[in-house]
Every structure is written in structure tokens, then in C-alpha cells.
Design a protein around this ligand. Structure first.
Ligand code: OXD
Ligand code: MN
Length: 597
């Protein structure tokens, strides 16, 4: 056993061993020597396949069970004494039922396997932001991924000492059956139990389970924020760096924005983007009354398809070495490839589902067969990203100038707007929505709300969560300005109006100018919008008519939108803070006045 003198931790490992009956227990120390040893073990067991080491040094391929390729929200529960504490947007179970049901699946689940004990820190070890967890898992794949995504091992155990607090994270892949799968959160006990899945979001318990669901609960109690946000720094001509956090629902391009490369015109001005994090931000009020943010993760668990040197050149460079690829296409030449990726596909290979694959392969109905699963992933160390900020591990975090919310709306929402004040900004975050696209089951054009992009990740009643956001505005004497963006507005021809990608920096430039009290804006009923010419379009082929469409505010459409907002807010009953109803009424009045004018 490792150098552990934490009696409660040792007792818990014994207790779990008695239930899961592993053949042996191994304490992860986090050393380089251990990495090599565990990789060899995983290769020998067929859990990972080494890629061509000349082309992809230190990289491995892994394929999961085809029934286990994404987060399973319908099997994810918040287990609290009172159902209303989980709220209407979470699945709920009582802690008694939760433990009892999951115990059935954990019983004997590690027989013939090793139980790995992974002490891990979310956030740099010892930072005032950081939280410690210990994951007990029977999955070597999880161990190798946790070593990339978090800080693990001896240093964490030392920090924990003999009686430090930690989140108890229990995981077993068990038999990877969907009917034996449960992802359970017990926030009152600072505990997570996940069984029946080895997929990242379900099994790397530091990420969504700890850093968002459990942390959001703790954050409310302790007066900070745990958010589904990227963090980036914008270096201005002259060298000054200002930081932004941004929350977008899954698959809306957070990783791409976090690693943005300025387009030629802006690069020439002297801009540069620094990546601090691509998925999660923990925010605390600093001594200066500002919000300071820290990325609790140490790696990127990014979606592969669609990642290429146009959409995200920095991600392509990040995954060149020391990366685990899961469920992409494995070429017979031991390279990896994914749809809408980089370069030509290999001549032949094995697809994510284990079946032989060739470029141009069609199914029996003549439809193209993909080589990589749409949710296939790369796990890569953050430090390898060419745009990683030199201070990304600063224990005191980075000071935030602006918070951005965004959804995917083909109509209605303008390219960018600034909230009138903090509470209005919370309203903008609470009403973030996306329209369903043809790719999703359901009514086309139907609006799905994803407040602050936290719908699947908030570990308590979202009505209380909105209240906590409102309260944080008064706690921070110097809070950041709040904005809403929409990169996805379409014209009458059904084409995107805004070019996106690196050009988004033009919007960030206006956002930061506004945050400094500069930048020209026009007050509209829905918020401050850029005044004509306030967004620098030099060198960009977007004409002024298109810009007008991108920034058009149609009061009738916004009035119609209020109905959907009301239905959503009504779900929370008395738990919805009055301040948000005030915002709703204020917007209604402003729109009425505009229509009447
Ligand atoms: C993720 C997600 O995996 O948001 O980051 O689903
Ligand atoms: Mn995410």
C-alpha cells in the first residue's frame, strides 16, 4: 500500500473491497515509471493498442463497448433526502434507494480484477480553488485517462494528510450493460457511485460528476461557482491579457473557441489567444472584488470528429503525442482518423464499432458508414496545447473581465449582446436555448433550454442555482460584465450569416472593450448591442446588410419567446428567485414600449 496514513480513506477502501471483491488493490502514485508499467499492462490485456510510435509518439487507441459511447443522462441521478433539493431538471432517488440499487450492481463486480485507488486533485495541488477526490475503479482505461485529465498520486495523498476531506468516487465498469448502469451523486455525503459504464463523462469521475455536479452543490454552500465554461485570455496589442469565461451547451465549439487562432487581420494588430481551460471553470471572488477563475482539469477530453486544422489547428497540434484516442477509426497502418478531420483516411481500418472499414463504405441502404463515432474523443494533456496560457496553473486563478453565455439559435438571438446589469445577465444565462436541428429526434425548430449550459450538470435544484448566481453578483463588488453570443444565426437562404472560427475574436474584441467601459453600443429592449461599425470587420467579407441581419432585434419574436421562458420558469415554482421574474417582467415591458413606439 502507498504511503497513506488517512484512516478514513483506508477504511473506505476496505469497505468497498468487501463489496466489490477485487483480487488485489493498487494505489496509483502518479509517477512516470508507473505510467509505462500501466500502459504495458493495458496493452497486454488488449485494453489499448499502441499507435505507430513514429507518427504518434506516446499515443494509444481504445475502443469501448458499442453500447457505451456517451453520457447516459436518463441513468444519472442526484440522490438527496428531499426530492425538491434535486429539482425538476434532475433525476432523483433517495440516498437509501440509490445506495441499495447500486450496491446490487457493485456486488462482486471487481472479481478477477484489480481495484485501483486514484487520489486526484481537481485544480493545482494545494491551490485554494482545489478539491481532492479519490476514485476507486476496476478500469485501467479510467486510470490512464485520469492521469491525463487530473493531477494524481503521491502529491495528492500527501496533501490529504491524515484527515483531509475528499470526494469518495466509486466506479466499476462491471459488465458494461446498460441495464446494470447507474451514475449516482450523493452530494450530502460528498460521494459519487458510477457503475456499468467506462465512458469518460460517466467514468472519469473528476470531470462532470465531481467538478460540476458535486462541486456546484459545494459551491453554493461555500459561496463560489462551478460552471460548464471555457476560460481564455486575450492578449492585446501591447501585451496586456484580459480573461473571459464562456458557457455553451455541449458540441457548440467550446474547445475551438478556447484554442482560437486570430485571423490574419487581427493577428497583424497584435492579438493572441491563451487557453486556460476548455470545459470547466471554478470561480471565486478575489480580494479585489473581481471573480477569479481556475480550470480544475489537467487535460482535454475533446470530441474528435470535426477537429481539423481549419476548425482547431491548436487541438490538432495538441494531440500529436501522449494522447489516448477513443472510438475513432483505427487505420490498419496504426494511425487514427475521423470524419471531417485531417488528411486522407487510411486505405483500410477498423471502425469505432470494431467492424472493418474502407473509405467510401456504404450500408445496405447506400448511406455512408462512418469510421469514427460522432462522440469519439481524444484525451490529451493540456500542457501540450501550443496556446496554453503560461499561467494556466496559477493557484490563484485568473481575473475574469467578461462572462459569455451562448446557445445555437438559427433566428432571434443576435450575434452578441451585453446584459444591462448583473441580474439581467443571470436572466440571459438562465434562458440560454438551442433549436433542435434535423440531426436530433423531436420537432424541428423546437426550443430546448439549457440554462448556463448546466442542464445536465447542476447538482441541485436549478431554481436555487439561479438564486445563487444572483447572490454572487452582490458578493463580488467588481463583477465581470455578462454577454450573450450566437454564432449560429442563419439568413433566409438557410446559410450561416457569421463565418465563426477565428473571426469570433472580432466579437471578443467588442466584448472586452465594453467590459472596460469602452466600445460603442446601442441600448435595445433586450440589452446593449454593438453600434454600427463597433465590431471591427477589417479584412472580412461580411457586408453591412449581413451585419444588420446578425444584429437585428425583432420585438414581436422576442415577445413570443417570453411564453417559452415563462413555461420554463414555472417548472421551478417558488424556488425561482423573484429577481428573475422581475427581469422577465422588465423585458416584457420594454418590448411592449418598443412595439407601441
Ligand atoms: C462534455 C460534454 O463531454 O459537455 O464535455 O458533454
Ligand atoms: Mn462539456
Amino acid at each position: 500500500m502507498a504511503n497513506c496514513n488517512h484512516s478514513k480513506l483506508k477504511a473506505w477502501v476496505d469497505e468497498v473491497s468487501a463489496i466489490c471483491t477485487p483480487d488485489q488493490v493498487y494505489w496509483v502514485d502518479g509517477s512516470e515509471e508507473e505510467r509505462v508499467r500501466l500502459e504495458k499492462r493495458a496493452i497486454a490485456r488488449g485494453l489499448i493498442i499502441p499507435l505507430d510510435q513514429d507518427k504518434h509518439p506516446g499515443c494509444f487507441y481504445s475502443r469501448s463497448n458499442p453500447n457505451d459511447v456517451a453520457r447516459t443522462e436518463h441513468l444519472t441521478f442526484i440522490c438527496t433526502d428531499r426530492m425538491e433539493d434535486a429539482g425538476p431538471t434532475n433525476n432523483w432517488m433517495s440516498p437509501e434507494d440509490g445506495y441499495a440499487r447500486a450496491t446490487e450492481f457493485f456486488k462482486g463486480s471487481m472479481k478477477g480484477r484489480t481495484l485501483y485507488v486514484i487520489p486526484f486533485s481537481m485544480g493545482p495541488v494545494g491551490s485554494p480553488f482545489s478539491k481532492i477526490g479519490v476514485e476507486l475503479t476496476d478500469s485501467l482505461y479510467v486510470v490512464l485517462n485520469m492521469r491525463i485529465m487530473t493531477r494524481v498520486g503521491a502529491a495528492v495523498l500527501a496533501k490529504l494528510g491524515s484527515d483531509g476531506e475528499f470526494t469518495k468516487c466509486l466506479h466499476s465498469r462491471s459488465d458494461v450493460r446498460e441495464d446494470h448502469r447507474l451514475i449516482m451523486h450523493f452530494p450530502q455525503d460528498n460521494t459519487i457511485w458510477s457503475v456499468g459504464s467506462a465512458y469518460g463523462g460517466n467514468a472519469l469521475l473528476g470531470k462532470k460528476c465531481l467538478a460540476l455536479r458535486i462541486a456546484s452543490w459545494q459551491a453554493r454552500r461555500e459561496g463560489w461557482l462551478a460552471e460548464h465554461m471555457l476560460i481564455l485570455g486575450v492578449e492585446h496589442p501591447g501585451g496586456k491579457v484580459e480573461y473571459i469565461t464562456a458557457a455553451f451547451p455541449s458540441a457548440c465549439g467550446k474547445t475551438n473557441l478556447a484554442m482560437l487562432i486570430p485571423p490574419e487581420g487581427l493577428k497583424a494588430k497584435g492579438y493572441r489567444i491563451w487557453t486556460v481551460g476548455d470545459d470547466i471553470a471554478w470561480l471565486r471572488v478575489g480580494p479585489d472584488g473581481r471573480l477569479w477563475a481556475c480550470n480544475p482539469e489537467a487535460g482535454f477530453f475533446g470530441v474528435a470528429p470535426g477537429t481539423n486544422s481549419k476548425s482547431n489547428p491548436n487541438a490538432i497540434k495538441t494531440v500529436r503525442k501522449n494522447t489516448i484516442f477513443t472510438n475513432v477509426l483505427l487505420g490498419d497502418d496504426l494511425t487514427v482518423w475521423w470524419e471531417d478531420g485531417e488528411g486522407a483516411p487510411p486505405a483500410s481500418g477498423v471502425a469505432w464499432d470494431g467492424k472493418p472499414w474502407k473509405p467510401g463504405l456504404k450500408d445496405k441502404d447506400g448511406k455512408p458508414v462512418v469510421g469514427a463515432h460522432a462522440n469519439s474523443r481524444f484525451t490529451a494533456p493540456a500542457g501540450q496545447c501550443p496556446s496554453i496560457a503560461p499561467n494556466w496553473e496559477d493557484p490563484k486563478g485568473v481575473p475574469i473581465s467578461a462572462i459569455i453565455f451562448g446557445g445555437r439559435r438559427e433566428r432571434l438571438a443576435p450575434l452578441v449582446m451585453e446584459a444591462l446589469d448583473w441580474n439581467h445577465g443571470v436572466y440571459l444565462g438562465a434562458t440560454v436555448a438551442s433549436e433542435r436541428t434535423a440531426a436530433q429526434v423531436g420537432k424541428l425548430g423546437e426550443v430546448r433550454r439549457d440554462p448556463m449550459a448546466m442542464l445536465p450538470f447542476c447538482g441541485y435544484n436549478m431554481g436555487d442555482y439561479f438564486g445563487h448566481w444572483i447572490a454572487m453578483g452582490s458578493k463580488a463588488k467588481n463583477p465581470p460584465k455578462i454577454f450573450h453570443v450566437n454564432w449560429f444565426r442563419k439568413g433566409a437562404d438557410g446559410k450561416f450569416l457569421w463565418p465563426g472560427y477565428g473571426e469570433n475574436l472580432r466579437v471578443l474584441e467588442w466584448v472586452l472593450a465594453r467590459a472596460r467601459g469602452e466600445g460603442k453600443a446601442e441600448k435595445t429592449p433586450i440589452g446593449y448591442l454593438p453600434a454600427k461599425g463597433a465590431i471591427d470587420l477589417t479584412g472580412l467579407k461580411v457586408d453591412s446588410g449581413t451585419m444588420d441581419s446578425l444584429l437585428e432585434v425583432k420585438p414581436e419574436e422576442w415577445t413570443a419567446e417570453l411564453e417559452g421562458v415563462k413555461a420554463f420558469f414555472d417548472k421551478f415554482g417558488a424556488r425561482l428567485p423573484k429577481a428573475l421574474w422581475d427581469q422577465y417582467e422588465g423585458l416584457r415591458e420594454r418590448l411592449k414600449a418598443k412595439v407601441a413606439a
